[in-house]
Design a protein around this ligand. Structure first.
Ligand code: AMP
Length: 414
């Protein structure tokens, strides 16, 4: 039995790579336009990093991490990238250089999940973290930038939902209110939620299985303090004109969020309908040993964005090579090889046959490749120190020296 890739992983075959590149290129261009700089982190970290930042009582940390190591050291493959970015900022004392950082990343993340459409064990996230400010305009900027990216990629069918989940000042009272509202009914909740009641009641609001029950609970947005309400109003003002709606049910699954949280969803995705999500995390950097500064960011799933592009029928035309070199017979192959390499050295793109195929078959491949010009290397041409150039658009032919051929191809005409 031949090997198969582990469940929940995806191979990206050459025909799909142009789509990936398009997303990566758009991320770098769009985020760059807003002043975000790329940062790269290792794919594994000390397990404790995630316990401390993502949160002990989160699905991710409780049961979804790939953890390895020995008695002395425990490492985990990163289930998300925000903890690494926070660590990088603190470890490299970046705040000694500047108080405010706008960073973005693209990279693999790993979660031990039951694979299904749109839910993988190895997936890729693109995301941003704006660290060093509590300005609500920054929350709005990340949302607008996410929308800009999706627009740029041609993803239009999605909804942006935002909410406020309060701050360390108003959340404890709401948590108590929630606990009191849930407790009498707890027997009707799922097993996970029963466990969460004593440990992190907030998480119950996030449970898909208990929506019918949680729908009736008092929404957090109505129990936030005046400062949190003011913050949300300012975010909304900065978002004026952008498509979004306030959804009091968005709470996000991670521990570090404060105030603004948001999620982008698309009905093109099926059950796993989140394209991405994020929010403000004003206490994380301090908790990780850094300064007491506000921060906001989001992460989106690259595979989910690609699913949206597939649903919209997005196709990327493969780029056409400049040339294909055919050898008339075996004796001409070394010269064909030399010609092709000389042209590549001059910055042109093209190929030649390595399978010992007939002249006719070489022409077929040349045609299929979409090459603009075919260079024919035959004994007669070689005797004259020339090659034959065939323009594949109009079928015209001419003879030229290699130097002339190079100039002609560089000029784009045959
Ligand atoms: P989260 O922080 O868990 O909301 O993740 C942010 C985004 O990453 C989600 O909205 C998804 O687009 C993507 N994502 C999270 N988990 C997975 C997964 N297991 N497979 C594929 N994409 C995922």
């Amino acid at each position: 039995m031949p090997f198969q890739a582990p469940p929940g992983t995806e191979d990206v075959l050459p025909e799909r790579v142009p789509l990936w590149l398009r997303v990566e290129e758009a991320v770098r261009r769009v985020f760059g336009a807003y002043g975000y700089e790329e940062v790269r982190a290792p794919v594994f970290e000390y397990t404790q990093l995630f316990h401390k930042s993502t949160g002990e009582v989160t699905d991710i940390v409780e049961k979804e991490m790939y953890t390895f190591g020995d008695a002395e050291e425990s490492f985990s493959l990163r289930p998300e990238l925000t903890p690494s970015i926070a660590r990088i900022l603190v470890e490299h004392s970046l705040f000694a250089k500047r108080n405010f950082w706008k960073l973005f990343y693209i990279g693999a993340a790993f979660r031990k999940e039951r694979p299904q459409k749109g839910r993988l064990r190895q997936f890729h996230q693109l995301g941003v973290e704006a660290v060093g400010s509590a300005d609500p305009a920054l929350d709005a900027e990340t949302i607008l930038m996410f929308q800009h990216l999706l627009r740029d990629l041609g993803v239009t069918r999605y909804e942006a939902r935002i909410n406020s989940i309060g701050c360390p000042e108003c959340r404890p009272a709401y948590r108590e209110l929630l606990r009191k509202a849930i407790e009498p009914e707890i027997a009707r909740y799922c097993e996970n939620c029963r466990r969460r009641l004593g440990r992190n009641v907030f998480r119950i609001l996030d449970c898909k299985a208990c929506v019918a029950l949680t729908e009736k609970l008092p929404p957090v947005i109505e129990h936030t303090c005046a400062k949190c309400k003011e913050h949300l109003a300012a975010v909304e003002k900065a978002l004026a004109g952008a498509p979004y709606k306030v959804d009091p049910r968005i709470v996000r699954g991670l521990d570090y969020y404060t105030r603004t949280v948001y999620e982008f969803r698309s009905d093109l995705l099926g059950a796993q309908d989140a394209i991405g999500g994020g929010g403000r995390y004003d206490t994380l950097i301090r908790d990780m040993g850094g300064p007491d500064v506000g921060a906001v960011g989001f992460a989106a799933g690259v595979e989910r964005i690609l699913l949206c592009l597939d649903a919209a029928g997005a196709k990327i035309d493969a780029s056409r090579p400049d040339f294909y070199v055919v050898a008339v017979d075996g004796s001409c192959r070394p010269e064909a090889f030399r010609v092709a390499n000389s042209l590549r050295g001059a910055g042109l793109a093209g190929d030649l046959d390595f399978e010992g195929r007939s002249l006719k078959a070489q022409f077929r491949t040349a045609n299929k490749s979409g090459a603009r010009t075919v260079l024919v290397v035959g004994p007669d041409e070689m005797a004259r120190g020339k090659v034959k150039l065939k323009n594949m658009q109009d079928g015209t032919e001419r003879e030229a020296s290699l130097d002339e051929a190079r100039a002609i191809l560089k000029g784009g005409t045959t």
